[in-house]
Design a protein around this ligand. Structure first.
Ligand SMILES: [Zn+2]
Ligand SMILES: [Zn+2]
Ligand SMILES: [Zn+2]
Ligand SMILES: [Zn+2]
Length: 197
């Protein structure tokens, strides 16, 4: 920038000297005056676009003579970051958030993440169900998870065993001379029949 400013200054100085000379030499003055540009019609041109991390530059240019009259920096925009969930965490596995830049020209654009961060696993949501001991099975506690297929079975103590009534002779079978006897479990209703030898 300093270089340009110095150049402009030099040119102005030369122009001043020239104009003084022209005034002093009336013969050529009219012709030279017509060539001199007053830079009244100017335009700003962006010579380098700013990015998220770097400044850009624009110049003020005379439309008539093309002379660069001013140089200005354009502020860098900075990242325009957005964070989204890239992977949902499960009960046992961590998830992931990804942060990227919304500016289309940025190197941290979509899927070239500025940063990623782990999301801790959610952990199981337990539900426990208790099944009372029966004649054939001990007390059982089944623990499962509301959100996944996790299941764990825990048994406590022993099965109760059947609560049998006394053996009863089957009268029908007596007539058929093939005597049978029966007993029933008063708890679960299981029936057991055997031949009497
Ligand atoms: Zn000009
Ligand atoms: Zn960016
Ligand atoms: Zn789970
Ligand atoms: Zn039973």
């Amino acid at each position: 920038m300093g270089k340009f400013a110095a150049k402009i200054e030099r040119v102005i100085t030369i122009a001043l000297i020239l104009s003084v000379m022209l005034i002093l030499t009336p013969g050529v003055s009219t012709q030279a005056k017509a060539k001199k540009c007053n830079h009244k019609s100017v335009t700003w041109i962006t010579t380098s676009k700013p990015s998220c991390t770097d400044e850009g530059m624009k110049v003020k240019k005379c439309k008539n003579c093309g002379k660069i009259l001013k140089i200005k920096k354009i502020k860098k925009s900075g990242h325009c970051l957005r964070t989204q969930i890239e992977k949902m965490p499960t009960c046992t596995k961590p998830g992931l958030t990804a942060t990227y830049c919304l500016n289309p020209d940025c190197i941290y654009g979509y899927r070239k993440y500025y940063k990623t961060e782990k999301i801790a696993p959610l952990g199981h949501s337990y539900i426990a169900k208790t099944y009372k001991a029966t004649c054939t099975a001990p007390k059982t506690i089944v623990t499962s998870c509301k959100n996944c297929k996790y299941k764990s079975t825990h048994k406590e103590g022993k099965a109760l065993g059947h609560h049998w009534t006394k053996w009863k002779l089957n009268t029908d079978s007596m007539i058929k001379k093939k005597p049978k006897k029966t007993r029933i479990c008063s708890r679960c209703g299981k029936k057991e029949t055997i031949y009497v030898k």
